[in-house]
Ligand binder design. Structure first.
Ligand code: ZN
Length: 281
C-alpha cells in the first residue's frame, strides 16, 4: 500500500490565517516541513482520497495527483470536508456535463448532518450537477476496492454516530486510520495486530515551554483524545508502527519539537506526520 500524507495539520493550518504565533511565523519563514495543511491522505493503490479539506486545492497538485477515483469522508467537520468543490474539476465545461461521477463514501448520520448543516452544496453537486454519488456507510460495513478490503468503524456510537475510522487490509497487511474525534473508538480485536496505525495526535495539557495550553487541564476540552490517552492506546494496541497526525497550530509545537518527542517515545516506534510524507507498507 502506498500512502501520501497530503496534510498533517488539524483544524487550524500552520501557518494559521492571521496568526502571530511562533509556529505560524516560523512556518512562513522556513516553509517545508514547518508548514501543515488540514488532514488529508491519498491511497495510490486505488486512488482513494481520504478527506477533502480546502487545502487539497494545493496539496493534490503539490503531489502531482491528477485522478481521484473514490472519496472517503470520516466525518462532516469543515476542516475535513470544505474542499469538496474540487468535484467541479470533473465537469466538462464545453458540454456542461460531468466527465464522470465520483463515489463519495460517508457514514449515514454523517451525511445527514453534512448535507443539512455543514455543507448543503453537496446536494447540488449530487442531484443537479451529477458530479458525485453518495454511498452511505453503516458501522462495520466492508468495502472491496481493487485488492483493498476496507472496514468502517463508527467511533462515536454514544454521540452523533457520524465519525468513522477505517481499517485497510491488503495482502495480509493492516493499516488503521483513526483521524479525528476518535476518543470513544472501541478497540476491536482486529486492531491488535496492526502494521501501521495512523492516529490523531491528541491535545496536550502543556505547551513545550511549560505553559498550560487550556485554562483547566483537568477538564476534558473536546471529543478529541488527549496525547497521553493516545500513548496509552498505542501501548495497548502495540502496532508495529504509528504515525501521529492532526498536529494543531494551537499546540504551539514546531516540527523540531515533534522530532524531540519521537526520540522520547522511540520504543513505541512513533513518527509524527509531515506534509508530503510518503508511506509504503
Ligand atoms: Zn472533527
Amino acid at each position: 500500500m502506498k500512502i501520501t500524507v497530503l496534510g498533517s495539520g488539524g483544524n487550524c493550518t500552520i501557518p494559521w490565517i492571521l496568526s502571530k504565533s511562533k509556529v505560524s511565523k516560523e512556518a512562513r519563514k522556513k516553509g517545508g516541513r514547518y508548514v501543515r495543511t488540514c488532514p488529508s491522505f491519498f491511497i495510490h493503490d486505488a486512488k482513494i482520497l481520504i478527506e477533502s479539506p480546502e487545502t487539497i486545492f494545493t496539496t493534490l497538485d503539490r503531489e502531482n495527483i491528477q485522478d481521484v477515483d473514490h472519496l472517503f469522508l470520516s466525518h462532516p467537520h469543515p476542516d475535513h470536508t470544505y474542499g469538496l468543490r474540487f468535484v467541479q474539476s470533473l465537469m466538462d465545461y464545453q458540454t456542461s456535463k460531468p466527465r464522470r461521477i465520483l463515489p463519495l463514501y460517508m457514514g449515514e448520520q454523517a451525511f445527514e448532518r453534512f448535507s443539512k448543516i455543514f455543507y448543503p452544496s453537496v446536494i447540488h453537486f449530487w442531484k443537479n450537477q451529477h458530479l458525485l454519488e453518495p454511498n452511505l456507510i453503516k458501522d462495520k460495513q466492508m468495502l472491496k476496492i481493487k485488492d483493498l478490503k476496507i472496514t468502517w468503524y463508527c467511533a462515536n456510537k454514544e454521540g452523533n454516530n457520524d465519525t468513522f475510522a477505517f481499517l485497510f487490509e491488503q495482502k495480509g497487511k493492516k493499516v488503521l486510520f483513526a483521524l479525528d474525534d476518535v476518543h470513544d473508538l472501541e478497540l476491536y480485536p482486529e486492531f491488535y495486530d496492526l502494521d501501521l496505525l495512523i492516529h490523531e495526535c491528541g491535545w496536550f495539557d502543556y505547551k513545550p515551554n511549560g505553559e498550560i495550553l487550556f485554562f483547566n487541564p483537568k477538564k476534558r476540552w473536546s471529543e478529541d483524545i488527549k496525547f497521553d490517552e493516545t500513548i496509552e492506546r498505542i501501548n495497548k494496541l502495540k502496532p508495529k508502527k504509528t504515525i501521529l497526525m492532526n498536529l494543531e497550530e494551537i499546540y504551539e509545537r514546531s516540527y523540531d519539537d515533534y522530532i524531540k518527542l519521537e526520540q522520547q517515545y522511540k520504543k513505541l516506534n512513533i513518527t509524527f506526520a509531515y506534509d508530503g510524507m510518503k508511506i509504503k507498507i
